[in-house]
Ligand binder design. Structure first.
Ligand SMILES: [Zn+2]
Length: 147
């Protein structure tokens, strides 16, 4: 169960459901590993929302026209107000080792509803060795109050 800000230890289940935090999204949040696929980046961003890892969320979603300080405030508020309760990946297209972009469709459950989104990911600068980045939602349904 996500416990909110910074409460997840390496031995706890990762918020994304992929195993122990210390072997799943933890090394990505700490900058020790990079996401190898778009799905891995998506999972690590979900876990970052669940844990309040705001710097990671900013680093993996470039928005050059917005102030980092404002984004940080908005993300901190979002992480505080939303209790994320689980993630299901429902479809993946591209986003693998030899791809430059890809989409991941997922359902993210939170206390009070479920967010269904298809996210677009691209490698930084379109380079084959570039880090995976979250670009934007290409399809989004927020069913607030359905759970
Ligand atoms: Zn994880």
């Amino acid at each position: 169960m996500p416990k909110g800000f910074g409460a997840t230890a390496d031995q706890d289940p990762c918020p994304c459901g992929g195993g122990l935090y210390g072997r799943c999204c933890g090394p990505l949040h700490r900058g020790e590993q990079r996401a190898l696929t778009a799905e891995q980046l998506m999972r690590s961003r979900y876990s970052a929302f669940a844990r309040g890892e705001v710097d990671y969320l900013i680093a993996t979603h470039p928005e050059p026209h917005r102030l980092a300080s404002q984004r940080r405030r908005e993300l901190q508020r979002s992480c505080r107000q939303t209790r994320w309760q689980g993630l299901s990946i429902t479809a993946v297209s591209g986003g693998g080792g030899g791809d430059l972009d890809g989409t991941v469709q997922f359902e993210a459950r939170y206390k009070g509803g479920v967010l269904r989104e298809t996210s677009l990911f691209q490698r930084r600068d379109g380079q084959p060795e570039g880090d995976w980045l979250y670009i934007r939602a290409v399809d989004l349904v927020d069913d607030e109050g359905t759970i």
